[in-house]
Design a protein around this ligand. Structure first.
Ligand code: AMP
Length: 144
């Protein structure tokens, strides 16, 4: 069986993402695989009736700029080339799937929180990515 060739780590900017990236780096190192990062900015909702569209556009720009800086610092911390960092805008699950396909990724790595109660009912990013990915998915358990 061939090993993994390209890992895509889906990152948010919580402290627990460190465990997820470190686990992915170990696997990538052992397999001689490439490692990329992706963060997805979900657009702010547009409300035409309240005429807040201008505020939303500015908010989106701000969110994207902030996320880009955070992604850059994360990449720097882990010695990952900016070229292998991707900032996408849209639905987290769809953007991760699309990018994974475009980059011919064979393992998506996400963090997974032990959820209870309402959180379990609402689902999680890890759960969403597990269902429907076109390649293997590793859900790294992280502390809440
Ligand atoms: P959550 O279920 O939202 O608590 O997130 C669990 C995991 O999903 C995180 O540890 C990340 O791996 C990934 N994730 C969450 N939000 C994003 C995002 N906006 N972009 C990329 N990956 C994300």
């Amino acid at each position: 069986m061939n090993g993994y060739r390209h890992l895509l780590v889906a990152v948010d900017f919580t402290a627990s993402i460190a465990n997820v990236i470190e686990r992915a780096q170990k696997i990538a190192g052992a397999e001689g695989a490439k490692l990329s990062l992706v963060h997805v900015v979900e657009p702010a909702p547009v409300d035409f009736l309240d005429q807040t569209i201008l505020v939303d556009i500015n908010l989106d720009k701000l969110l994207k700029k902030t996320a880009s800086q955070q992604l850059h610092s994360l990449a720097e911390k882990y010695g990952i080339d900016d070229f292998n960092c991707h900032l996408e805008v849209g639905s987290v699950k769809s953007e991760i799937f699309q990018l994974a396909e475009n980059l011919s990724v064979d393992l998506i790595v996400v963090g997974s929180h032990g959820r209870h109660g309402l959180g379990l009912l609402l689902g999680s990013t890890a759960n969403a990515v597990l269902h429907g990915a076109g390649c293997d998915v590793l859900a790294v358990r992280v502390n809440d």
